[in-house]
Ligand binder design. Sequence first.
Ligand code: MN3
Length: 200
Amino acid sequence: MTEIYTLPDLPYGYKDLEPHISEEQLKIHHQKHHLGYVKGANATFAKLEEARQSGADIDMKSTLKELSFHIGGYILHDIFWQGVSPSGGGEPGGELAEKIKQDFGGYENFRNEFTKAASSVEGSGWAVLGFCKKVDRLAVMQIEKHNVNVFPLWKILMCVDVWEHAYYLDYKNERGKFIEAFWNLVNWSYVGERFDKYSA
Ligand code: MN3
């Protein structure tokens, strides 16, 4: 069966996000964890295809829950890797900066809200900046695992992974330090391009 998902290459080297994210941390995160979701999504699609062909009765509820988890993991990691850069940090510009000012009352408010969302994820999950063209609004989402509490049809502009596997080698239990480091890596040109694309 053809593979539906494949592991994307990172747009920088494994050492390039140091000192904020170490080579060891980034390598294991990309090569083990992200790859795990690639394999998980493909295996679940394969399981569905096999059941179609054999007529076997599978537990559809648990299978689709698993598929949602792996696809969510795949997509969020893909956006996360592109959303950080060795030359990242600073503040957004362009239309996105204006929109953040309009919807959050300023960059600092947005940053505080996003940081709080990331800090307070219970267990494993993500903080996400989303945009919905239908209502012309930005909003912070707090996604549990990779797929719980997602706002349907909202486009993900940026995200930070706060699963322990994202930071434990570098920061141990200090998630807050990792989130602070993340702000030094945000690739605002990528986030701004996504906003321009989805708001057009
Ligand atoms: Mn991860």
